[in-house]
Design a protein around this ligand. Structure first.
Ligand code: FE2
Length: 136
């Protein structure tokens, strides 16, 4: 059973960003499954590192997209990315120090990241933003 499945509530309306979010979600699920299966060690560490790399590349692409489209909220969105990466790096360091053992709070962090960041914040830069404003 995965940490989370992709559904329409995560669709930000930009194909490239959806693809990258799906890639991130798939890696998060792999980390989750590894922990559920009591796995620890270099393979788990490798997954966490891979998640970090994919995330850094995604944030870069997302920031470039926001720049291209002239999105007004780019400064605060960049700060959120920075804060997330700082937290992620902290967890990755801890996981490395423990030889690839993933603490439960890391998964809570990943899940919150998906729900709060993608659903709440990423949604605002995409074409759905206009609809969201009408609704809320
Ligand atoms: Fe994103």
């Amino acid at each position: 059973m995965p940490l989370m499945n992709w559904d329409n509530s995560l669709d930000v309306g930009v194909a490239k960003m959806n693809d990258e979010h799906q890639q991130i979600l798939a890696l998060m699920n792999q980390v989750y499954d590894a922990r559920e299966a009591d796995q620890k060690g270099p393979e788990v560490l490798h997954l966490v590192d891979r998640l970090g790399e994919v995330t850094i590349a995604h944030f870069r692409d997302e920031e470039a997209y926001m720049e291209e489209t002239g999105y007004a909220g780019i400064t605060s969105h960049k700060l959120i990315h920075k804060d997330l990466l700082d937290k992620f790096t902290g967890f990755a360091t801890e996981i490395r120090a423990k030889g690839g053992e993933v603490p439960e709070k890391f998964l809570t962090f990943l899940k919150l990241w998906l729900t709060a960041l993608i659903r709440g914040i990423d949604m605002k830069y995409g074409p759905k933003a206009a609809t969201l404003k009408q609704v809320g």
